[in-house]
Design a protein around this ligand. Structure first.
Ligand SMILES: Nc1ncnc2c1ncn2[C@@H]1O[C@H](COP(=O)(O)OP(=O)(O)OP(=O)(O)O)[C@@H](O)[C@H]1O
Length: 255
């Protein structure tokens, strides 16, 4: 159900949703968003766009890691600036780089830490983390040193840490990037099966083409917004029509 361009009307106040109202965000000398308004309420949403379009910045705003210079960001009706204590139960981010997320030396400790906002004891958290790994056939991972895992395995740990915390909204920032094919299939199944709202940023359109909604960001603005098949096709056509880059310098840096 659509309202103004780029916005959706939320059917139920209790459904997980994110609302940005006239958001301006500057990072360093870059204005990433200027007056961006967006309502994200569908259960599965893809986020696509060129390098530097603002996908990670949008996620950082939603989970309170960045503060808007103007405008407001609300998650499930809670202003992210004012209701910070409520955020862990509402929204979680799987970082693009696992090393930005993982802080504990072993897998089980990292997962147990994800449960700390729930207020349970460390012992109970560790027991639940162990049981969670066992239920997924990953008992052998529990005491493994995170630094001894591959990049893709660390990315998997980040996903597990998010799943065990079970916030109402999962933000996955290029989650497929380092995964092998079985890992990608497993993650896609996890996303499909998730009871939570899942918003996925990716450069691999096959992972979001079937979503009911995909948002295409272009230099901080919404350039396409609608069914995944349509928006992905429009983005591909746009890319195909551009002059081919002579080297790998991003367009924003080439001018
Ligand atoms: N730490 C930072 N300090 C200053 N500017 C930043 C920082 N991180 C990103 N930016 C700028 O913010 C803009 C948006 O970057 P962002 O990382 O959100 O894009 P993205 O769409 O996630 O890109 P990618 O697909 O490469 O991950 C870019 O112009 C980038 O140069």
């Amino acid at each position: 159900m659509r309202g103004e361009p780029g916005t959706f009307l939320v059917d139920s106040a209790s459904a997980p949703h994110v609302q940005l109202d006239q958001v301006t965000l500057r990072r360093g000398i870059t204005t990433v968003f200027q007056g961006l308004s967006l309502t994200l309420a569908e259960p599965r949403i893809g986020l696509i766009g060129d390098n530097g379009a603002g996908k990670s910045s949008l996620f950082r705003l939603i989970c309170g890691l960045e503060t808007a210079d103007a405008g407001s960001v609300a998650v499930c009706g809670h202003d992210v600036r004012k209701d910070r204590a409520k955020l862990p139960a509402l929204v979680g981010l799987m970082f693009q780089n696992p090393d930005d997320q993982i802080i504990f030396p072993t897998v089980v400790e990292e997962l147990a830490f994800s449960l700390s906002p729930s207020g349970i004891s460390r012992k109970e958290a560790r027991a639940r983390a162990s049981a969670f790994l066992a239920a997924r056939g990953l008992t052998a991972w529990a005491d493994r040193a995170v630094e001894g895992l591959s990049q893709g395995q660390r990315q998997h740990v980040c996903l597990l840490a998010l799943l065990i915390a079970a916030p109402r909204i999962l933000l996955l920032d290029e989650p497929f990037a380092s995964l092998d094919l079985p890992g990608q299939a497993s993650l896609a199944a996890d996303i499909d099966a998730s009871a939570q709202q899942v918003i996925v940023s990716t450069h691999v359109l096959a992972h979001v083409r079937h979503f009911d909604r995909v948002v295409w960001l272009d230099r901080g603005a919404v350039k396409g917004d609608g069914p995944g098949a349509e928006v992905c096709a429009a983005y591909e056509a746009d890319v195909a029509a551009r002059p081919r880059r002579m080297n790998s310098v991003p367009a924003e840096m080439a001018s």
